[in-house]
Design a protein. Structure first.
Length: 187
């Protein structure tokens, strides 16, 4: 079952956009490390971030459900849309622990699909780098949704030493530059 997408990004453009986003956010992580380390420690249990990210994930899921050809399930599309909303509200109300980690996991799982769809039947360094990123997002998303306490523990481990934080940020900058260069050069 495919979604009818009205716009699709080319592989080089997606590599450039994600490269700029990765490099930029990770450079910001280096520049404002003391502030962001404190924010990162409180992120997994933040009700604000959990609500915001869950809302985005619900809207994204509603958009997919509303625009996807459901085949023989088309007659119950409205029921499915209602189920997405009800599930999101119940999750927000009944599972407040680690809501931001879980919601981030939902978004990572949702974001992996369009990236993998763009890389389908492509070749080159950008395809490999984007595919690895998308599969990394999917794997991380599964862990964040299923075992969000690991996210808290990982953040705590990274934030205990400044060099670990910097290493993670520089790795993100390097991957972003790889995506940016491969997108600009078209390989």
């Amino acid at each position: 079952m495919e979604t009818q997408s009205s716009f699709a990004l080319s592989l080089p453009l997606l590599a450039i956009l994600l490269g700029v986003a990765l490099a930029g956010t990770h450079l910001f992580g280096i520049a404002a490390s003391s502030f962001l380390i404190n924010e990162a420690k409180s992120f997994p249990r933040s009700r604000f971030w959990g609500t915001l990210l869950l809302g985005i994930a619900i809207l994204w899921t509603l958009g997919i459900t509303a625009s996807t050809d459901l085949g023989e399930f088309n007659p119950i599309r409205n029921l499915l849309l209602l189920g997405v909303i009800a599930g999101g509200v119940l999750l927000w109300k009944l599972v407040p622990d680690f809501l931001s980690s879980r919601s981030l996991g939902f978004l990572l799982l949702l974001a992996a699909h369009p990236v993998l769809e763009t890389t389908f039947l492509q070749h080159g360094v950008a395809k490999i780098a984007l595919s690895l990123l998308a599969y990394g997002w999917a794997l991380a998303g599964l862990f964040l949704v299923g075992m969000p306490y690991l996210h808290r523990d990982l953040i705590g481990w990274i934030c205990t030493r400044k060099w670990r934080w910097d290493l993670v940020c520089w790795a993100g900058v390097a991957y972003g530059i790889l995506l940016l260069v491969s997108g600009l050069l078209g390989f």
